[in-house]
Design a protein around this ligand. Structure first.
Ligand SMILES: Cc1cc2nc3c(=O)[nH]c(=O)nc-3n(C[C@H](O)[C@H](O)[C@H](O)COP(=O)(O)O)c2cc1C
Length: 175
């Protein structure tokens, strides 16, 4: 039975929701453990066959902790069936929603120097009602200039769940 470790690096929870969707789609045929990046530091990664890391973007960056974690565990990640996905709202645009075209993936590969065996990018969520004053108006401004939604009383989920499910199907196979 293949064993999966799924690690999420998330600020507002949407990356974790995507991980939960992956787990539901993997179903009972697989042993799966879901942990935050913080908790992953306490885990022996060698116990798992497949390691998947999902991380969101905030103000143009994946978290510093993510890069530290990858740097510390690069050797083991390189020898596993590993996968990485990034969650950001730039990916709501069709011309920026693949590993090859999303600017954050390019940056991630360059900084981390890790080449996961599978790489994906998923569009995230703009959750205005849950943002603090500062974030709300910065995001509203970014949305305005990139022709996105600007009504701050609403949440907007851009995730293409069929894309997440297709990724999960691939994770079940050997790669
Ligand atoms: C304060 C803040 C800054 C963000 N900056 C960016 C950004 O620079 N580029 C982008 O594509 N998305 C950006 N986003 C969108 C997030 O990546 C998106 O909301 C994602 O779903 C967040 O995932 P999480 O809930 O797992 O943290 C930002 C969101 C917030 C709240």
């Amino acid at each position: 039975m293949p064993s999966f470790l799924i690690i999420y690096s998330s600020t507002d929870g949407h990356t974790k929701v995507i991980c939960e969707r992956i787990i539901n789609f993997l179903n009972d045929e697989n042993l799966v453990e879901l942990v935050s990046l913080e908790d992953a530091k306490k885990i022996d990664l060698s116990n798992f066959e497949k390691i998947i890391i999902g991380a969101s973007i905030r103000y143009g960056k994946h978290s510093k902790e993510l890069y530290k974690f990858i740097n510390l565990n690069k050797n083991i990640l390189d020898h596993k069936q590993s996968a990485f996905f990034s969650v950001n709202v730039v990916a709501r645009k069709s011309e920026k929603n693949t590993a090859e075209t999303n600017p954050y993936i390019k940056k991630f590969l360059k900084i981390s120097k890790w080449t996961p065996k599978k790489i994906r990018v998923f569009a995230g969520k703009v959750d205005y009602p849950n943002y603090n004053f500062f974030d709300k108006y910065i995001i509203k401004f970014i949305m305005f200039i990139t022709k996105g939604p600007t009504d701050t009383s609403q949440s907007y989920e851009f995730t293409d769940w069929s894309k997440v499910d297709d990724f999960t199907k691939e994770l079940k196979n050997n790669y």
